[in-house]
Design a protein around this ligand. Sequence first.
Ligand code: C5P
Length: 230
Amino acid sequence: MHLLIPAAGSGRRMGSQRNKLLLTLLGKPLLSWTLAAAEASGHITWIGIMGQPEDFPDFQVILGDLSLAKPVKLIQGGATRQESVYNGLQALPLNADRVLIHDGARCLATPELFDRAADALLSCPGLIVAVPVKDTIKVVDEHRIVRQTPERSNLWAAQTPQGFEVKLLKKCHEEGREKGWEVTDDAALFEKCGLPVTIVEGEETNLKVTTPVDLALAEFILRQRRDRSK
Ligand code: C5P
């Protein structure tokens, strides 16, 4: 199974001048943790990383330190996550028929999660890993007035990895570009094209490191994992 890692973002919401994936957690860059989990997954055979060219020297250092057994390709990212994934899809080897897409910023995803998603992708055209929402979610208008309270039992928080048949996802991305759809995950393009997206059980600890609080939480979780495995 092929894996694409969008890693071409910035550190804006983190309050950092550089790509947040280069910040360190327990002494190792965020991206390094993500890659180590992908390397340990039994299903993943090829890894593509979408990044901004100015980060490639740092990515090369990370790859050199990890010395992964799996082939890795660096791919130029775009101005948005959507564009970065589009570029990644074009750079997949011709024999790639199914692909997992996993945000580099979700550096706590376990190898078991990758394997669960990869297994499930053998029997459906598209999937996301997700967890049930714990908070009550409000739909709010531009004046910050609550307009709606959706039934919580129907709400799931989408994570990555997300997985798709390559041919179908490429078509959805092309249609999205033609019609000017702007989305924050690939499943949204699949949905807009009327294709089914299956839910696979995610992990509560699979947080997306976005703000300094996430960084502190991620470090706490990784330290616990390290201490447990001693
Ligand atoms: O900014 P956010 O954390 O939502 O981005 C999700 C993922 O998409 C991150 O791993 C980030 O590096 C990636 N991304 C990208 N290209 C962009 C913007 C974000 O690959 N232009």
